[in-house]
Design a protein around this ligand. Sequence first.
Ligand SMILES: C[S@@+](CC[C@H](N)C(=O)[O-])C[C@H]1O[C@@H](n2cnc3c(N)ncnc32)[C@H](O)[C@@H]1O
Length: 279
Amino acid sequence: MNRYMNDIIDVLKVDFDINISIFDESFLTRIINMRISDTKSKNIKEYKKLIKENIQEAIVLKRLLNITYTRFFRDSLIFAQLQKIVLPSIITSINQQRELRIWSAGSSGGQEAYSLAILISEFEEELGIKIPYRIIATDISETKLKKGRSGIFRKNEVIDLKLKYIEKYFTSRGSEYIISEKLKKNISFSYFDLTDDKNIKPPESIYGDFDLVLCSNLLFYYNPEVQKKIIVKSELSLGPNGYFITSEAEKVLVKDFTKLKQINPTSSIFKLNNQGAIL
Ligand SMILES: C[S@@+](CC[C@H](N)C(=O)[O-])C[C@H]1O[C@@H](n2cnc3c(N)ncnc32)[C@H](O)[C@@H]1O
């Protein structure tokens, strides 16, 4: 890594107690280059000086390093497999004997958690049964957690949703779309830092391990050591026969760092068992 890059990492750590060494080097370089350009600094040396003298710039850099983009049913292939394979398998094995437990790790504004709740609600209707479930959505962005708790989305955020889902699960108020209380009551939003060494699982997991953990579109922003830590944490939080889901681009990391098995050779859905692929 460039000497000034290391200096910037040190300044942030020592002067502002912000640790950016956890990020992937090329991602970090890209964001810092963007700030060099946006702040009209002549070069990285000048940007280092700027950041040392200006806490506001440190705050801006920290914020830019946390990408929070998400959307409902973000990866259609994964949600199709959730609907056809994963949820039916979990629902059948639990057989209404206990609550189904899901962790949306790095939930952003809750679109992933609410998409899952929609699928479960559709199953309830199809099977004519009540499926007790709890989704624990966690994130480090208080702004996004607040949004998730509010369950209020803008028109452009629901635009990709099937019309029948919008009509069934949202009420509109002016330009806002509000998620139904029926789904909202099953989801809790709380702060949990996946890079934190102290805790393996969110506090809510004292009630039992998870049947399904989703940790998507955040691993690739971190360096390999941190990626491994997050994946191992997720694996440890799974109950027997639990499933782990990541994004298409991140599945290779799970294969590298755990013994979880893909449910089929190309899937980014993994299963906790020793029997290998289940399809
Ligand atoms: C790009 S969004 C992806 C959201 C969703 N999982 C998806 O796939 O669409 C990444 C989210 O992970 C959160 N995140 C990043 N680092 C985290 C960490 N160390 N602990 C918990 N959440 C984190 C961010 O705040 C952001 O909301």
